[in-house]
Design a protein around this ligand. Structure first.
Ligand SMILES: [Zn+2]
Length: 346
């Protein structure tokens, strides 16, 4: 008797769950109104947009539409809505779980984890690789320039071939210079970011710098980073698929920094933004469900307090983040950051 009652209760519970799931799949849950949607595919702006989200999916994007009754409404007046960002060269093994929170707090909801040895594996690869990291440690521009300083004209045929063959590039422009300078006055990143890094990791960076880095080498790395940014721009112009990747720098912030570096190298803000949104979706073959803002796509969004196509630095001005349909407002993002800061200090 008791047993049958238990079974009935479980079945009733399952039925409620199924009903809730069905409800979730049909009933709109969240709407962002009065925002300007940034189309990361062609750079068009859609002002006064209403974006309706049902569960984890965007179900409609209209101009000036009224939000459905009963949904949570976010007034996005004055904000610019972009798809959330990707770090396409992450190393989570060095930082651990708190950095997942830091990624989200910085509007980055997708990462491609590279583990530790892939660079080595790629270098051994005889077959045509799907993608190349760090411009193959800089050998791509070096070899097509016959070992001289970068020569765009000489490199053009190679870049055209990479574009034709669909070989993606994750140049990680900031990584080598920052590995040599992070935590020192020569670093190009905001020192505020360091409060999110565990002491063990900061010590590790400092030890490497003490052992290998000299002012001369920092100069060389700075020149290299600037050259790589120009190489990346030239590749993008010729149709090579570029992906934004951090290579272990500080979660999320590093994507903003990487995009800024791309723009310093001459890429348009739109082209830079694509490397962390629609390009990762294309790389993974999921562009029908991710990478831009349209009905049927995953509700992973960032509301920015400035137009990123005018100034790429506006990707840092995060008003709110939507992860799989769940809204995280500024206050919650600050709480996430505070938790990561506490974990780093503890
Ligand atoms: Zn790496």
């Amino acid at each position: 008797m008791k047993h049958r009652y238990f079974v009935r209760c479980v079945l009733a519970g399952l039925a409620v769950l199924a009903a809730l799931a069905a409800l979730e799949s049909q009933v709109a849950t969240l709407a962002v109104i009065r925002a300007t949607v940034v189309d990361v595919v062609d750079g068009r702006l859609m002002p006064n947009a209403t974006v309706v989200i049902t569960g984890r999916t965007i179900t409609s994007v209209t101009t000036g539409g009224a939000p459905p009754a009963g949904v949570t409404v976010v007034d996005g007046a004055g904000t610019f809505l972009i798809p959330s960002l990707w770090d396409m060269h992450a190393h989570m093994e060095t930082a651990g779980e708190p950095w997942l929170q830091l990624y989200v707090a910085n509007g980055v909801t997708g990462i491609r984890d590279m583990g530790s040895d892939l660079d080595l594996i790629l270098r051994m690869l005889a077959a045509r690789p799907r993608g190349i990291e760090h411009l193959s440690e800089g050998r791509i521009p070096q070899e097509c320039s016959s070992g001289n300083a970068y020569r765009p004209d000489a490199c053009r045929p190679l870049f055209e071939r990479l574009a034709r063959d669909g070989v993606w590039q994750t140049p990680t422009l900031m990584a080598r210079l920052e590995a040599g300078t992070i935590g020192t006055p020569a670093s190009g990143i905001d020192s505020e970011q360091l409060v999110y890094v565990r002491k063990a990791m900061r010590d590790q960076w400092a030890a490497v710098q003490k052992a290998f880095i000299t002012p001369t080498l920092v100069g060389i790395l700075k020149t290299e980073a600037s050259t790589w940014a120009v190489v990346t721009r030239d590749m993008a112009r010729l149709g090579v698929g570029i992906l934004a990747g951090c290579d272990g720098l500080i979660a999320g912030f590093c994507v903003h920094d990487e995009l800024a570096m791309m723009v310093r190298g001459g890429m348009t803000p739109l082209a830079a933004l694509q490397t962390a949104t629609i390009n990762p979706a294309r790389y993974f073959g999921i562009e029908n469900t991710a990478g831009s803002i349209a009905a049927g796509k995953r509700a992973d969004l960032v509301l920015l307090d400035g137009n990123p196509l005018e100034d790429i630095a506006n990707v840092r001005r995060i008003h709110a983040v939507v992860v799989a349909g769940r809204l995280l407002e500024r206050k919650e993002l600050d709480e996430l950051r505070a938790q990561v800061k506490a974990a780093a200090a503890g």
